[in-house]
Every structure is written in C-alpha cells, then in structure tokens.
Design a protein around this ligand. Structure first.
Ligand SMILES: Cc1ncc(C[n+]2csc(CCOP(=O)(O)OP(=O)(O)O)c2C)c(N)n1
Length: 658
C-alpha cells in the first residue's frame, strides 16, 4: 500500500494512527464481551476504520456527520467519552437514548452526529436537509453521510442524490463498498462496475478512493472540504474496502470465499499504516505498545463506569412525557378586522403570515414555487419570499420528508406540501419511523408540518381522494390536525408551524373552495386538542371532522326537529376526550361520522373510549358511520355509494328511535 504523507507532521501522522487504533481496540474488547454474553449484538467495522477515521479527522468538529452501523471511528473521532458510548450500547441512562434504542441508533447535537434509524436510506435525505440549512446560513460547512453499497439500492439513495444535485447541496455521499450487503454480493445488488459511475446520472462529481488507506482518505476529504465550502455541491464518493467479519457477529462469513478474505486481510488499514510509520521512522514498537496500553486502559476505565451505572428502571410518566418535545401553546389573539374567505385563502394567509414571522421557515413541495402549487395556495410566494425559502422539489416524497427533518435538526422549520395526501405513502417511512420517533429516541425535535390535501367527493378515484389520517393517528409521536372551516384552518395551521413537533395537517380538497367564513385578517393561533361544539342539543351527540361536519350540518338542517350536540373534533391527536365524554354524558347517545372506511379508523377508537368511560350513561350502542370497505371509486354513482353521507341520515334517525 502506498502512503504519501505530503506536508503532515510526525505528530499528525501519529494522531491519525491513534485514531485508527481506538475503534479497533474497542471492537476487540466488545468481541470478547460478546462471547462472555455481556454485550448482546455487535456490528463490526474491522477493516473499514480508515474511512470513518479519515473523514472525521478531515472535517470540523461542528460539521455534521451521519454515520451507519459500522462507523465507530466517527463516534470516537468526535471524542464522545467512551463510557457514554458504552452506556448507550448497554441501554444505560447516560447513553444517548435512555435505553430506548440500541447500538449506533442515536444522534447527538453536542457532537454533531446524526445516527441512523434501522431503515437503510433516510439518512441521506436528512443530510440534504442539514446541508440545505448550512447553505442558507452561508456558513461554508460540509455534511458527510455514510451508506453501505447494499443500501444504494434503496430509493432514498436515488432521491437524496437527485435532490442534492438539483439544489447544489454541499454533501459528501460516502459509499462504503465492502463487498457484501449481509450475504448479498455486489453483483446481485447492482450491475454497474463502480457505484461512482452513477454520479454521471445525477450530474454529480464522483471519486473512487482506496478506503483502506488512511492518508488517501484524509487528504481527499480535506481537499474536497475546502472546495465544497467555496463551491457548494454534492459529491459521490465510493470507498473500496471489505467487511472482514460477519454482517453482525451471529451471522458469520460462510458465504465469503476464503481467497477474498485472504486478499483483503493483506490490505488491513491499520497494520499497513503501522508498517509505513515504522518504515519512515515515525513509530517504534515501544511507542506503539504505549499507545495501545493507554487506549486499553481508557477502554477498561470507561467500561467500569458503565458497569457501575444502575440498570434503567421503567418510569411510565417519563416514557409518555418524552414522546413529544414540550411545547407551551402561545395564544395569539386576533384583531376584530375580518374578511369572508375560503379554506384555500385561509391556508395561504397562515403560510404567508408564518413565513413573515419565522425567518427560518422553509416550504417545500412539488410545483409550489412559480406555479403556486396544485391548488394555487402558494401563488405569489416566490416573489415575496424568494426561491430559497419556497422550494420546488423533484418528485421525491421520501427524501424530502427526511430533508425536512434535516432542516429541523440544523435550526430551521419546514413545511412539506404533499401534492395530494395519497402520495404520502411514498414518504411514509420517514414520517412514521423518523419524525414520529425522534424525540422519544434521542430527545431531538422534528419541527416539520406535512400538509395533506385529502378527501373524496370530487370523482378523482382511488389515488386522489383518500382520507388517510388513520395511517398516522396510529403512530405515537405525530400530531394530527383535521379542521373543517376557514377560521380553524388558519389558526390551527399557525399553531402547527409554531409547534416544534411533527404535525400532519389535513386539508379537505372538496371544502377548499366551497366553504366560506369570516376570518380575522391578521395572525392568530388556536390550540390543539380542543374540539369545537358547533351546535348544542340534548337528543344525541354527533362527532365528526373534515367533510363529515358539513354532511352532519346538512342532515341537521333537513331534520330541524333533531336537537343534537355537533362536535367538530378539529384535532385528532391530541384528541379532546373531555368534550366527547361530557357531551355523551349529557345526551346519552352518540354517533360518529368519518369519511374514511370504518375498520381501524379513529371512529372505532372514539367509540371504544366512550364505551370504556361513559358506559353507564349510554341509552344505546355507539354507532359508527363511514365509507364502505373498498378503495374509493371514480364515477359519481359509485363514489356516492362509497361515501357515508347518505347512510349517515338513516343511521342517525334509527339511533334516535332506539
Ligand atoms: C429498509 C431496510 N431494509 C432491510 C434492512 C435489513 N438490513 C440491515 S443491514 C443490511 C445490509 C446492508 O448492506 P450495506 O448497505 O452494504 O451495508 P453493510 O452492512 O455492508 O455495511 C440489511 C439488508 C434494513 N435495515 N432496512
């Protein structure tokens, strides 16, 4: 192996050597502890250390790095005290996740490391968001994100590279090509000779680097760091290396031909570098021993600290409290100047006034810039706020949601407009796995609003009409808001943007231009978790949200003899159970109307809550009314039959007679 020290001093050369030794020696210790049953799982990076170590050494301490499961050298390179790492792996409290997530699955703002979730892929989109924030701040910082070659088959890889390229984001996409993705060799993973060749397809510069040569890694990254801070752009880097142990320790390496192992054993990044240092007279055997002894005693000392730490005791209150970032709702009252506007206008006003209020708010979505969005809600925004903050995105839902999270991590607020709520399925993973779980996992907010134009009644068929709130109300960590009137839309959207937690904001398309209301002209907020009682009566409680509220109002105006409490939930998570229970206790009958199909929808949970909490007040079974259990069809007669509007009146009248 050829090493070229260029202008590096002896001290710098030795510093890199010590940085290489540390993760190797920690691993050797972990492998012993694993055999002793003291550690439960281990993903080895032996043979790949030069990549993590070289990159971390070349970047500044405050530059974000997003490592994967084999990148211990990033964590040691950023000088995380070892006992904190050990406590993380052992599920102790002074780790980074309070025992909630394992191994390298955590982030830490203190060390500018954003670790992975298990799902391969979203890391790369997060790096885009972090880099976008750096670019907007014009701070010249570079972001490095790691992936294995196997995970380059994920759509997220393609999406993230594509976005970074279109937006000229200063990201180093680090692909560690270590030959196998679990047991799958590269020729069963992709057909190009080098992953770096893919750079051409993204219009992106790319390089192939010997991942086992620490000096080559260090010098290349140092050079690119300077170049990227002057000329921000993404770069695809393929590091050729090899995984010398199993995917994780239990899975072995039977599927790897011995010749391959032997060939790469000769290329070990540490022994080769050591030989070089000895050859050029920078390192002696004695000094090498001294380094190893010092690192080993540091490891032992820190392991003892972790061992002495008590095991975590389950605390229910703490667990539940950590799901969301604490947020004290700030009520901002409006003046008395009103105008009669539609829901689309209310959304547009909330977005505009929030953009004025928060300099760090960025809106992203397909066709939202000059074109103004599919529903023209952001028309004129580019002129007012510029293209940096009103961003047309490529058609990449998944990486854009991840990028929104990256913006939040790096000090911004993000709104993502789904062109239609249906397409959120293409961005589902980062919403339910990344945004929703982030605060609980490692105490980091996800300050992201996802706008969801949803709902049927417009003969738009199975993929432009769904109301898919139940996909999200099921997932702890998400707030789900679903207003039905312009006044609520404006006040609640403002709150959604202020709230540092991830919010799914449902906007019913059929109501967009059909419902008018007098709405304050200036900025105001409304609280989450408060239902609105639209009209009061003693016969029955009707609970609904979205278009259902308007169907209920129509039904009641056709049947004026019915005296009902009509509750518009507005907010599904948090849910105003108090409003529901107090009404049911008064009326003793309840019907819940939702637009979605019934099974697994929120009406089922509300019904169960009423049964469990108000059973002795009920004079009749709680009734749920929703769509039939099919996809939502296209033509009007079929759609009318699918939607629950007509059935609602029938069930309501029957329930009143019960
Ligand atoms: C979305 C997703 N699919 C599958 C897995 C299971 N899995 C974990 S690691 C891995 C192999 C990854 O290979 P590669 O990206 O080459 O990284 P390496 O482990 O070789 O470093 C697989 C299939 C996962 N974690 N996430």
């Amino acid at each position: 192996m050829n090493f070229d020290r260029k202008e590096l001093s002896n001290i710098q050369l030795l510093d890199l050597y010590k940085k290489l030794l540390k993760p190797r020696l920690i691993e050797e210790k972990m492998l012993i502890l694993l055999r002793q049953g003291k550690v439960s799982k281990w993903f080895s990076g032996i043979g790949q250390e030069a990549i993590s170590v070289g990159i971390t050494a070349a970047l500044d301490q405050d530059e974000y790095i997003l490592p994967m499961h084999r990148n211990l050298g990033v964590f040691t390179g950023k000088n995380i005290p070892l006992h904190r790492l050990f406590s993380q792996w052992q599920g102790k409290k002074t780790g980074f996740t309070k025992g909630r997530d394992r191994s390298f699955h955590f982030g830490t703002q203190e060390f500018n490391i954003i670790g992975m979730i298990s799902h391969l892929g979203p890391q790369m989109g997060i790096a885009d968001g972090i880099a976008l924030a750096n670019k907007l701040k014009k701070n010249g910082k570079v972001t490095a994100v790691f992936t294995g070659e196997g995970a380059t088959s994920e759509g997220d890889f393609h999406e993230a590279l594509n976005i970074a390229s279109v937006w000229d984001l200063p990201v180093l996409f680090v692909v560690e090509n270590n030959g196998y993705g679990l047991s799958t060799p590269t020729n069963e993973q992709f057909r190009c000779t080098n992953i770096a060749d893919k750079g051409i397809g993204y219009g992106m510069e790319s390089h192939i680097i010997d991942g086992n040569n620490i000096l080559e890694v260090y010098f290349k990254i140092s050079e690119l760091k300077v170049s990227l801070s002057e000329n921000p752009r993404p770069i695809l880097l393929e590091f050729k290396t090899f995984r010398m142990r199993g995917h994780e320790e239990a899975s072995g390496t039977k599927y790897v031909p011995q010749e391959l192992m032997d060939m790469w054993a000769i290329k070990d990044p540490i022994s080769n570098y050591k030989e070089y240092l000895v050859r050029v007279g920078v390192l002696s055997e004695e000094l090498d021993q001294e380094f190893k002894t010092n690192i080993k005693s540091e490891i032992d000392e820190h392991w003892a600290i972790t061992q002495a730490e008590p095991d975590i005791e389950a605390n229910l209150t703490e667990e539940l409290n950590d799901v969301f970032e604490p947020y004290d709702f700030e009520e901002i009252k409006h003046s008395s100047e009103f105008e009669n506007i539609r829901i689309v206008d209310a959304i547009s006003q909330a977005l505009k006034q929030s953009m004025q209020r928060h300099d760090n708010l960025v809106i992203m979505g397909q066709d939202i810039a000059e074109y103004g969005g599919a529903f023209k809600i952001t028309e004129g925004f580019v002129e007012q706020f510029g293209k940096e903050r009103v961003r047309n995105t490529p058609i990449c839902e998944s990486a854009i949601v991840s990028a929104a999270n990256g913006l939040s991590i790096n000090g911004y607020k993000a709104i993502v407009e789904m062109q239609f709520a249906d397409f959120v399925s293409s961005g589902f993973n980062p919403i339910v796995n990344l945004l929703a779980k982030q605060h609980y996992r490692w105490n980091e907010k996800a300050d992201v609003v996802v706008r969801m134009p949803c709902g049927g009644g417009t003969q738009a068929g199975p993929f432009h009409s769904q109301t898919n709130e139940a996909w999200f109300t099921k997932t702890p960590g998400l707030k789900v808001i679903y207003p039905a009137f312009p006044y609520d839309v404006k006040g609640l959207l403002n709150t959604a943007i202020n709230d540092p937690n991830p919010v799914l904001f449902f906007e019913h398309k059929q109501l967009y231009r059909s419902v008018y209301q007098d709405v304050p002209k200036d900025y105001y907020t409304l609280p989450f978790g408060k239902a609105s009682v639209i009209q009061e009566g003693t016969d029955i409680t009707i609970i609904s949200f979205g278009a259902g509220v308007h169907w209920a109002l129509e039904t009641l105006s056709k049947n004026p003899e019915i005296k009902a409490d009509l509750i518009d939930l507005r907010s599904l998570c948090p849910l105003d159970v108090e409003a529901i229970f107090s009404s049911v206790k008064k009326t003793n009958k309840c019907i819940i109307l939702q637009e979605d199909t019934i099974f697994g929808g929120i009406s089922s949970d509300i019904s169960a809550l009423i049964m469990e909490n108000c059973f002795k007040y009920l004079d009749a079974p709680v009734q749920r009314v929703g769509s039939i259990e099919t996809a939502i069809p296209f033509v009007k007669p079929l759609e009318d039959q699918y939607l629950p509007k007509e059935r609602f009146e029938k069930v309501l009248l029957e329930l009143l007679k019960y």
